[in-house]
Design a protein around this ligand. Structure first.
Ligand code: 5RP
Length: 230
Protein backbone atom coordinates (compact mmCIF):
# COMPACT_ATOMS: atom_id res chain seq x y z
CA UNK A 1 0.00 0.00 0.00
CA UNK A 2 1.30 3.43 -0.98
CA UNK A 3 1.18 6.03 1.81
CA UNK A 4 -0.90 9.11 0.97
CA UNK A 5 0.57 12.51 2.00
CA UNK A 6 -1.62 12.40 5.14
CA UNK A 7 -0.32 8.92 5.98
CA UNK A 8 3.23 10.10 5.35
CA UNK A 9 2.70 12.92 7.87
CA UNK A 10 1.13 10.60 10.43
CA UNK A 11 3.80 7.91 10.13
CA UNK A 12 6.66 10.43 10.29
CA UNK A 13 5.09 12.05 13.36
CA UNK A 14 4.59 8.75 15.16
CA UNK A 15 8.08 7.52 14.26
CA UNK A 16 9.60 10.67 15.79
CA UNK A 17 7.98 9.87 19.15
CA UNK A 18 10.74 7.34 19.67
CA UNK A 19 13.25 10.11 20.42
CA UNK A 20 11.18 11.34 23.38
CA UNK A 21 12.18 10.10 26.83
CA UNK A 22 10.48 10.39 30.21
CA UNK A 23 11.51 13.50 32.14
CA UNK A 24 12.06 15.63 29.03
CA UNK A 25 11.15 19.26 28.54
CA UNK A 26 9.56 19.35 25.11
CA UNK A 27 8.68 21.95 22.50
CA UNK A 28 5.53 21.08 20.56
CA UNK A 29 5.33 22.31 16.98
CA UNK A 30 2.38 23.59 14.99
CA UNK A 31 0.55 22.34 11.89
CA UNK A 32 -1.14 19.18 10.70
CA UNK A 33 1.98 16.99 10.98
CA UNK A 34 2.77 18.29 14.46
CA UNK A 35 -0.87 17.63 15.44
CA UNK A 36 -0.36 13.90 14.71
CA UNK A 37 2.70 14.02 16.98
CA UNK A 38 0.83 15.78 19.80
CA UNK A 39 -2.01 13.23 19.65
CA UNK A 40 0.46 10.33 19.67
CA UNK A 41 2.36 11.87 22.56
CA UNK A 42 -0.87 12.40 24.48
CA UNK A 43 -1.71 8.73 24.12
CA UNK A 44 1.74 7.59 25.33
CA UNK A 45 1.48 9.97 28.29
CA UNK A 46 -1.98 8.82 29.30
CA UNK A 47 -0.83 5.20 29.06
CA UNK A 48 2.13 6.08 31.35
CA UNK A 49 4.61 4.97 28.70
CA UNK A 50 6.17 8.44 29.01
CA UNK A 51 6.21 10.22 32.38
CA UNK A 52 7.32 13.51 33.96
CA UNK A 53 7.08 15.49 30.76
CA UNK A 54 6.68 19.23 30.57
CA UNK A 55 5.63 20.75 27.23
CA UNK A 56 5.85 24.20 25.64
CA UNK A 57 3.40 24.63 22.72
CA UNK A 58 4.33 26.90 19.81
CA UNK A 59 0.83 28.25 19.12
CA UNK A 60 -2.60 28.70 20.62
CA UNK A 61 -3.86 25.87 18.39
CA UNK A 62 -1.19 23.48 19.66
CA UNK A 63 -1.77 24.55 23.24
CA UNK A 64 -5.49 23.77 22.88
CA UNK A 65 -4.77 20.38 21.33
CA UNK A 66 -2.15 19.50 23.95
CA UNK A 67 -4.55 20.51 26.71
CA UNK A 68 -7.23 18.28 25.20
CA UNK A 69 -4.71 15.45 25.22
CA UNK A 70 -4.02 15.98 28.93
CA UNK A 71 -0.35 16.89 28.42
CA UNK A 72 1.36 18.96 31.15
CA UNK A 73 2.04 22.45 29.82
CA UNK A 74 4.15 25.43 30.70
CA UNK A 75 5.33 28.57 28.90
CA UNK A 76 8.72 29.36 27.41
CA UNK A 77 9.25 32.00 30.11
CA UNK A 78 9.17 29.30 32.76
CA UNK A 79 11.97 27.13 31.37
CA UNK A 80 15.66 27.85 30.71
CA UNK A 81 16.15 25.25 28.01
CA UNK A 82 14.20 22.47 26.32
CA UNK A 83 15.60 19.00 25.67
CA UNK A 84 13.84 18.58 22.37
CA UNK A 85 11.38 20.23 19.99
CA UNK A 86 9.49 18.32 17.31
CA UNK A 87 7.88 20.40 14.56
CA UNK A 88 6.72 20.26 10.97
CA UNK A 89 8.10 22.25 8.04
CA UNK A 90 7.01 23.68 4.70
CA UNK A 91 10.28 22.81 2.97
CA UNK A 92 13.70 21.43 3.87
CA UNK A 93 16.87 21.31 1.76
CA UNK A 94 19.80 18.84 1.80
CA UNK A 95 21.52 20.86 4.57
CA UNK A 96 18.27 20.69 6.64
CA UNK A 97 17.63 24.41 6.25
CA UNK A 98 13.91 25.09 6.49
CA UNK A 99 11.08 27.33 5.39
CA UNK A 100 8.49 27.44 8.15
CA UNK A 101 5.45 29.55 8.90
CA UNK A 102 2.88 28.22 6.45
CA UNK A 103 0.66 27.81 9.50
CA UNK A 104 1.58 31.27 10.78
CA UNK A 105 3.40 30.17 13.95
CA UNK A 106 6.97 30.94 12.83
CA UNK A 107 7.78 33.42 15.58
CA UNK A 108 6.98 31.17 18.53
CA UNK A 109 8.33 28.18 16.61
CA UNK A 110 11.70 29.88 16.11
CA UNK A 111 11.93 31.01 19.72
CA UNK A 112 11.12 27.54 21.03
CA UNK A 113 13.46 25.80 18.55
CA UNK A 114 16.31 28.16 19.40
CA UNK A 115 16.03 27.18 23.08
CA UNK A 116 16.05 23.45 22.33
CA UNK A 117 19.06 21.16 22.59
CA UNK A 118 17.67 19.09 19.74
CA UNK A 119 15.32 20.17 16.94
CA UNK A 120 13.61 17.32 15.08
CA UNK A 121 11.51 17.86 11.95
CA UNK A 122 8.62 15.68 10.80
CA UNK A 123 7.52 15.92 7.18
CA UNK A 124 5.82 14.28 4.25
CA UNK A 125 7.73 13.70 1.00
CA UNK A 126 6.47 16.90 -0.67
CA UNK A 127 8.57 18.98 1.75
CA UNK A 128 11.96 17.75 0.49
CA UNK A 129 13.53 20.17 -2.04
CA UNK A 130 16.95 20.79 -3.56
CA UNK A 131 16.68 24.53 -3.02
CA UNK A 132 14.34 26.44 -0.67
CA UNK A 133 11.86 28.87 -2.17
CA UNK A 134 9.20 27.14 -4.21
CA UNK A 135 7.03 27.59 -1.09
CA UNK A 136 6.41 31.28 -0.36
CA UNK A 137 8.62 32.56 2.46
CA UNK A 138 6.49 33.84 5.38
CA UNK A 139 7.63 37.06 7.02
CA UNK A 140 5.89 38.29 10.17
CA UNK A 141 5.54 42.08 10.23
CA UNK A 142 4.05 44.65 12.58
CA UNK A 143 0.69 45.89 11.19
CA UNK A 144 1.90 49.50 11.63
CA UNK A 145 4.52 49.10 8.91
CA UNK A 146 3.36 46.21 6.74
CA UNK A 147 3.10 48.23 3.55
CA UNK A 148 6.47 49.88 4.10
CA UNK A 149 8.10 46.48 4.56
CA UNK A 150 6.25 45.03 1.55
CA UNK A 151 7.34 47.96 -0.62
CA UNK A 152 10.95 47.59 0.44
CA UNK A 153 10.93 43.88 -0.39
CA UNK A 154 9.19 44.46 -3.71
CA UNK A 155 11.86 47.03 -4.63
CA UNK A 156 14.33 44.16 -4.51
CA UNK A 157 12.21 42.32 -7.10
CA UNK A 158 10.35 39.89 -4.84
CA UNK A 159 6.56 39.95 -4.68
CA UNK A 160 5.31 40.20 -1.06
CA UNK A 161 1.65 39.23 -0.61
CA UNK A 162 -0.25 40.12 2.55
CA UNK A 163 -1.73 36.87 3.89
CA UNK A 164 -5.53 36.92 3.97
CA UNK A 165 -7.67 35.53 6.77
CA UNK A 166 -10.88 33.51 6.47
CA UNK A 167 -12.84 36.77 6.82
CA UNK A 168 -12.94 38.41 3.41
CA UNK A 169 -11.03 41.70 3.48
CA UNK A 170 -9.28 41.04 6.80
CA UNK A 171 -5.57 40.19 6.90
CA UNK A 172 -4.51 37.01 8.70
CA UNK A 173 -3.30 37.77 12.24
CA UNK A 174 -0.68 35.71 14.05
CA UNK A 175 -0.96 34.68 17.71
CA UNK A 176 1.08 37.84 18.43
CA UNK A 177 -1.38 40.06 16.54
CA UNK A 178 1.00 40.66 13.63
CA UNK A 179 0.53 40.26 9.87
CA UNK A 180 2.30 37.91 7.49
CA UNK A 181 3.79 38.71 4.10
CA UNK A 182 4.29 35.67 1.87
CA UNK A 183 7.34 36.27 -0.31
CA UNK A 184 7.22 34.74 -3.78
CA UNK A 185 10.95 34.19 -4.12
CA UNK A 186 10.73 31.40 -6.71
CA UNK A 187 13.95 29.95 -5.24
CA UNK A 188 16.68 31.24 -2.94
CA UNK A 189 20.20 30.42 -4.11
CA UNK A 190 21.71 32.72 -1.44
CA UNK A 191 19.98 31.97 1.88
CA UNK A 192 22.31 34.01 4.17
CA UNK A 193 21.78 37.06 1.94
CA UNK A 194 17.98 36.73 2.17
CA UNK A 195 18.18 36.27 5.96
CA UNK A 196 20.46 39.30 6.27
CA UNK A 197 18.14 41.44 4.11
CA UNK A 198 15.04 40.55 6.14
CA UNK A 199 16.71 40.93 9.53
CA UNK A 200 17.84 44.43 8.59
CA UNK A 201 14.33 45.67 7.84
CA UNK A 202 12.61 47.65 10.60
CA UNK A 203 9.05 46.32 10.96
CA UNK A 204 10.03 42.69 10.37
CA UNK A 205 9.36 40.72 13.54
CA UNK A 206 10.60 37.34 12.28
CA UNK A 207 10.97 35.35 9.08
CA UNK A 208 10.43 31.74 8.21
CA UNK A 209 14.02 30.86 7.25
CA UNK A 210 15.35 28.42 9.83
CA UNK A 211 19.00 28.11 8.78
CA UNK A 212 21.26 25.55 10.42
CA UNK A 213 18.76 24.85 13.20
CA UNK A 214 17.29 21.39 12.47
CA UNK A 215 19.25 18.34 13.62
CA UNK A 216 17.20 15.62 12.03
CA UNK A 217 14.21 14.97 9.74
CA UNK A 218 11.76 12.09 9.95
CA UNK A 219 10.56 11.99 6.37
CA UNK A 220 7.37 10.11 5.54
CA UNK A 221 7.63 8.56 2.08
CA UNK A 222 5.26 6.47 -0.04
CA UNK A 223 6.67 3.22 1.34
CA UNK A 224 8.54 4.05 4.58
CA UNK A 225 9.82 6.67 7.00
CA UNK A 226 13.38 7.78 6.33
CA UNK A 227 15.53 9.33 9.03
CA UNK A 228 17.86 12.06 7.72
CA UNK A 229 20.54 13.47 10.01
CA UNK A 230 23.14 16.15 9.40
C1 5RP B 1 3.50 26.39 11.02
C2 5RP B 1 4.54 25.61 10.36
C3 5RP B 1 4.20 24.20 10.00
O1 5RP B 1 5.10 23.37 10.64
C4 5RP B 1 4.30 24.03 8.52
O2 5RP B 1 3.42 24.96 7.90
C5 5RP B 1 3.92 22.61 8.08
O3 5RP B 1 2.58 22.39 8.26
P1 5RP B 1 1.90 21.00 7.97
O4 5RP B 1 2.47 20.01 8.93
O5 5RP B 1 0.43 21.25 8.20
O6 5RP B 1 2.18 20.64 6.53
O7 5RP B 1 5.64 26.06 10.11
O8 5RP B 1 3.89 27.71 11.22
Amino acid sequence: MVNTPQEQKRKAALAALEVIESGMKLGLGTGSTAAFMVRGLGQLYREHKLNDLICVPTSVATRNLAQEQGLPLTTINDVDRLDLTIDGTDEFDPQLNLIKGGGGALLREKIVASLSDRFVIIADASKEVDQLGRFPLPVEVVPFAWKTVARHIENSGIQALLRASMNPGDPYKTDQGNYILDLQTGGMPDLPKMKWMLEGLPGVVEHGLFLDMADEVFLGKEDRVERITK
